[in-house]
Design a protein around this ligand. Sequence first.
Ligand code: GLC
Length: 733
Amino acid sequence: MREQELIKLLDDMSIMEKIGELNQIPGEYYKETMTATGENTTLNFPKELIKTIGSALNVSDPELIVKIQKEHIENHPHHIPMLFMLDIIHGLDTTFPIPLAQGCSFDPELVKTLSSAAAKEACVSGLHVTFSPMVDLCRDARWGRVMESSGEDTYLNSVMAKAAVEGYQGKDLTEEGTISSCVKHFAAYGAVEGGREYASVDISERNLREYYLPPYKAACDAGSGMLMTSFNTIGGIPSTANKHIMKDILRDEWNYDGVVITDYGSLSNMESHGISEKDDVLSEYAINATVDIEMCIGRYYQGLQKLINEGKISEKQIDDAVLRILKLKNRLGLFENPYRFANSEKAKEICRSKKMMETAYKAVNQTSVLLKNEDKSLPLKKDEKIAFIGPFLDSHDLLGGWPGNLKYRSEDKSVLDIIENDYPDNHYLFAKGCEMLGSEEPMLKRRKLPFEENQNARNEKIDKAIEVAQKADKVVMLLGEHPRVGGEITSKVDIRIPKIQQELFDAVSKVNENVIVVLFNHRPLDITEISGKAKSILDVWFPGSMGAKGIVDMLFGINSPTGRLSMSFPYGVGQEPIYYGLLPTDHSTQVSDTFVTGYIDCPLEPLYSFGEGLTYTDFEYSDFSLNKKTLAENETLTVSVNVKNIGQRDGYETVQLYFRDVFASVSRPTKQLIRFEKVFIKKGETKEVLFYLTTEDFKFYNFDMNYDYEPGEIKIFVGHDSRTNECKSIELM
Ligand code: GLC
């Protein structure tokens, strides 16, 4: 439909139709698990609202979507189709590695491929919008939702945000295999105080703009069809009511004309924020902050009617919101084709197809991070007698928090299946060793997860594991967080592996010094004890539907792990939030050896830092050079470095480029990632890697909060990870 036709449609709509567009209904209503009105109302949506509702959440069956859409269009006064939305965080029926692991790939093309694959499954399933990518900057591992983001670095998050939007949306949203993205959670949800779920956020305008906002902007600039507000307050103002970030920055500065949707109930939750208990007051804040759709509660419906009737808001404000929604529906081609590409027969071919599984398999080694590999204990040699021990050995659930379609939660092969099937050899010994959780995890009991309650059973499992470990040359231990203890409402103050598993690790490492740990996690964990004893640590995060095959093939060297940390691992939870590139302080090591920043009982640096990760070969850097000593506006700095593969296997190296603005009108980070490139280098070969920078790359919010660069020295670092000290200087003019 042409824009003027949309405007004509808008003019013809009644105010109730318009308000209907601004509301969303929980899909449960259509699944008869929730009735709309009547005495047992579990949803206070009156019939006339349902008749004009603009969208639904959590319906993912193509036939049901077609049925709902058909009836809706027939009953709607202007036959306006609905939007169908769902959380597709790391895949729908095929689950890919969690987003934090995808960030570790340092490969935007991979993120684009995985997002595009997820979009294909979603599109044929009848969906129009996914609530992804989540691009909240995450620097506190206590927060369980770090798994949904690309980690602690602004630049990496921004690159991955763009890639995800392009993957989901393709070139044209009317095309098959595409869905609209919805970038979230605007803004700065990752900075919740203490890593505490749903806590408040209080950061300066400078930090907000410098570190937290750029990834959202990258997604908006990439054309994300939608953006979601966050639950948290910033400086006491809930994001859903925050005119400054929503109207001043998002709409007016960034010219974002996409649809803004609240998080689930975040408009209504402003009552518990202590803003107001009145629908109209909350709705007035939201409409003035240019919120378009309220997710699933219905208070916008009540509130907006009152505001219009009392003349407190103009119908123009409603019209602006409705037009943005109609434009997104039009971008999706819904007016011409309200069912888009929903097709249950085709879905059976596309979803979890061999091709999808191949895509999921290829992602596993690219997102896994080899943190340690003493004595080159990995890859395993075929003639070694290996014991495989741990609660993840026979687990079919390697999907982690928030997989798409829960019905596939435990459908995939386990590590044990793969070894027995693909590596049939009598060298190998197996023991589960323990359950994932012991009864000493009281808080988790609320989650109805399986616990080991029987002490005798617990002792027997450990004894069997010890017996098996004693007979082996090496022990591969498969340990980690419970697959459902990640994502929303999983903040923790203890970020070690469950105690029952630590007990197993201690018992096994006492009888066999060659322990290799395969770690399953949603967040950086405190693995300091494990790191001190294990020869190798391979972090596979939650690797998705093809995780088991991907892991085993990595262990035996069919593939090499090539991931690099997107988030730092602490020495202990007391170090959180911890991240690379801290601001320098007035008590840095240059001033004194005693009066220095940090702790007296823990290093300042993390245990494993951003960008770290090994692989099954080694690389050597040389000939690091800059083509200029000074850089003025409109000039380009070329950074060149040679990287040689000095190992015995071909491999990938992720070359990282950092900078430091040594003196500026505000204190600047000791290091900031500004470019990276993942290069494949054959053994014995050397590759020249080039980076190009301009003064644009060095702009920041200066003393007067103007976004600009300042003349002076810039240190340029190149290297394997954020700990590199290989640097050269350039003078900005
Ligand atoms: C949840 C989450 C958000 C999700 C939404 C819809 O509470 O905060 O990330 O997209 O509700 O499920």
